[in-house]
Design a protein around this ligand. Structure first.
Ligand code: NAX
Ligand code: ADP
Length: 279
């Protein structure tokens, strides 16, 4: 489908932030399961988990190597370690698919086949086709090229960079999932729907680890909208992806104030950004 892209704005984003209701508890708000990070990239797990908690979620369950779990807990002692019931999974940030251990392959395989919504990033993008529930994948240009390599030989990095909305849509149509394509403008596409753009992120956001933060924001939004996704995933998944990119861009703007930022700065400014959005 090629209708005019929609530019996501505050009014649209406000509809997709779950505010705790009277009587909610940590489970009814939504639990996010996270399998991210690795010995070479422990920071990706810390960044994603910190961002998820600061976006607002009932609980995060983290599954990973003990050293990475230690780093996550040192930053966020609220996190619960180990597998348990979750409303959504965030997987893949800070991982290398080529170096996946059998244990990790088993954990990731179980997660994507559980039927709950999955946010799939970086080193788990090869598992998109195995998922049995709704998926939003979060590639940058090189990652989208790799994900489409077996599907469309025209999908080069240069081609994707020269027309990101077309390739986000092509990725969504070929893989049958929601695609959030990262870049200076973020493009969200879903099979059969008009694309959504998220614009005006500061260029300072182009720094290591901000994509890992975005994964955490999106994971939290997906985990706190299980009911909406079950009712109408085709509406909810792209809307939640666009809202995550919008919050991420606005938190980056707030953190930056015109100057440089780190990925953790963006995560730290998420609560103020969300409070301002909710007014
Ligand atoms: N703190 C952390 O733990 C971080 C972990 N990260 C993780 O790192 C993994 C790899 O992500 P990438 O996006 O880098 O993966 P990509 O494989 O897409 O990018 C690597 C590419 O960048 C090229 N490259 C490397 N250094 C370069 C340089 N100095 N100048 C120009 N090109 C250069 C390489 O040749 C390669 O083609 C992912 O799992 C990601 O989640 C990143 O998010 C960065 C932060
Ligand atoms: N020039 C830019 N202007 C604004 N935002 C950008 C720019 N380049 C990248 N971004 C954003 O920064 C983030 C980088 O994510 P990613 O490439 O996954 O990095 P990392 O793997 O280091 O976390 C994405 O949210 C992307 O949309």
């Amino acid at each position: 489908m090629s209708s005019t892209p929609r530019v996501w704005d505050a009014g649209a984003a406000r509809e997709w932030v779950a505010v705790p209701r009277q009587g909610d508890d940590k489970y009814s708000r939504g639990v996010l399961g996270v399998i991210t990070g690795s010995t070479p990239y422990p920071g990706a797990a810390v960044l994603g988990v910190d961002a998820a908690m600061r976006t607002g979620v009932g609980m995060v369950r983290y599954v990973g190597p003990s050293a990475v779990t230690g780093a996550v807990l040192a930053r966020r002692p609220e996190v619960v370690g180990g597998v348990g019931r979750v409303q959504a999974w965030l997987i893949g940030s800070g991982m290398d698919a080529q170096k996946r251990s059998p244990t990790l392959a088993d954990e990731l395989g179980r997660a994507v086949r559980e039927g709950v919504p999955c946010v799939i990033d970086a080193g788990a993008l090869d598992l998109v086709g195995d998922a049995t529930g709704p998926v939003v994948m979060t590639p940058h240009f090189r990652e989208l090229q790799r994900a489409l390599a077996g599907h469309d030989s025209d999908a080069t990095v240069d081609a994707i960079a020269s027309d990101p909305p077309r390739w986000a849509q092509r990725g969504a149509d070929l893989l049958g999932v929601t695609v959030l394509l990262k870049g200076a403008t973020t493009w969200v596409a879903h099979p059969g729907s008009a694309a959504i753009s998220v614009t005006d992120a500061p260029g300072w956001l182009a720094t290591a680890g901000t994509g890992d933060v975005l994964g955490g924001v999106l994971g939290a939004l997906v985990a706190t909208h299980a009911r909406e996704i079950e009712t109408d995933a085709a509406t909810a998944m792209p809307a939640l992806a666009a809202t995550a990119a919008w919050l991420h861009a606005r938190a980056a703007e707030l953190a930056s104030g015109g100057g440089p930022i780190t990925a953790l700065d963006v995560a730290e400014d998420l609560p103020t950004t969300i409070a301002a959005l909710l007014g």
